[in-house]
Design a protein around this ligand. Structure first.
Ligand SMILES: Nc1ncnc2c1ncn2[C@@H]1O[C@H](COP(=O)(O)OP(=O)(O)O)[C@@H](O)[C@H]1O
Ligand SMILES: [Mg+2]
Length: 115
């Protein structure tokens, strides 16, 4: 996520990709990957975290297999072990992982029980 600069409202896709909403196939992943790559190229240490169970960030960056965000949410992996090098300087990424969908369901269920 890119935070807006002070004085900007952050509503536009250029400042914050959350502004694009949940609709599929509108370029959210492409925007996120490109913003992350641009940030890394500008010399900022950047971590791109895929929170979409579709897992397109992993595919897009050709990330190697391994535990992803879902495994961390389920308590099956340390966060450090989900962070993968992308081969680009300053850019690391956390893939969604195949268990992110299941993790979302498990957390929702947990929230309902404790809620
Ligand atoms: N600016 C663009 N011009 C042309 N094709 C694009 C553009 N942005 C995304 N796409 C293509 O549209 C498709 C969906 O993009 P994606 O970023 O995966 O969408 P989302 O994450 O919103 O589902 C992909 O095949 C992607 O390559
Ligand atoms: Mg996507």
């Amino acid at each position: 996520m890119i935070r807006p600069r002070p004085g900007e409202d952050g509503g536009g896709a250029a400042e914050d990709s959350r502004g694009l909403g949940p609709q599929g196939g509108v370029g959210k992943t492409t925007t996120a990957v490109n913003l992350a790559a641009a940030s890394a190229r500008a010399g900022r240490k950047t971590l791109l975290v895929d929170v979409d169970p579709q897992g397109s960030v992993g595919t897009s960056l050709g990330l190697p297999d391994g535990p992803g965000l879902g495994a961390w949410l389920l308590g099956d992996a340390d966060f450090e072990d989900t962070v993968r090098a992308t081969g680009r300087e300053n850019l690391d990424a956390v893939a969604a992982g195949t268990d992110l969908l299941g993790a979302e369901d498990a957390l929702r269920e947990k929230g309902r029980r404790s809620g």
